[in-house]
Design a protein around this ligand. Structure first.
Ligand SMILES: [Zn+2]
Length: 197
């Protein structure tokens, strides 16, 4: 029989070539029956493992992001391929009760506009991740630049300086000024003026 009913990469889980209607989307991914089997499993470890598989279809990602187990959701939070509605849900402390999930979302590359909600969480690790996240907007960095924790403050301030100057503007600066602007704030007391007293 000609293999006209199969297509593309083998399923990384069952090793079958899936049907044309539901090809494995990426090498290392799995077929739809294997996704459904893993997501329906009562074992948390099966669902956690599925949350680490590449090439998850949208319906599987949505189900894993809504999983009752925080361990499964914490695996989802490490995936860079999350659509905005899942980022919004997992980065919302009103909807996501688990601290590990929130901490992981604070460094998510697609966090962006959802960073303000996380900034309101009273958790130093969340704030440190936000200060180091390239997607954190300047409005949130400005708040973090006044943080009581020195590491958060310095990371946020360094990022604000970088955000205010594009590469072109930076290259036009005199060398001394460039060095001044990129030095850590703590070693640059002139940028941190104290009132005389
Ligand atoms: Zn399979």
């Amino acid at each position: 029989m000609a293999k006209t009913e199969t297509f593309g990469d083998r399923c990384a889980t069952c090793r079958k070539r899936p049907a044309v209607a539901a090809p494995v989307p990426a090498p290392g991914g799995c077929c739809e029956p294997c996704w459904r089997r893993a997501l329906a499993s009562p074992a948390e470890s099966d669902r956690s493992e599925a949350a680490r598989r590449p090439g998850a279809p949208a319906w599987a990602l949505a189900a894993l992001a809504a999983d009752q187990s925080p361990l499964v959701r914490a695996e989802v939070a490490l995936r860079p391929d999350l659509p905005d509605e899942i980022v919004a849900a997992l980065a919302d402390p009103d909807r996501e009760p688990d601290r590990t999930v929130l901490r992981r979302m604070a460094k998510h590359p697609s966090l962006g506009a959802h960073a303000p909600r996380l900034a309101a969480v009273d958790d130093l690790v969340v704030h440190r991740q936000l200060a180091g996240n390239p997607s954190t907007p300047a409005t949130v960095l400005a708040v973090l630049s006044r943080h009581t924790d020195a590491a958060v403050r310095q990371a946020a301030r360094a990022r604000l300086v970088g955000a205010a100057l594009d590469d072109d503007g930076r290259s036009r600066l005199p060398v001394g000024v460039r060095a001044y602007l990129t030095a850590p704030l703590g070693r640059n007391p002139a940028r941190n003026p104290r009132s005389p007293g």
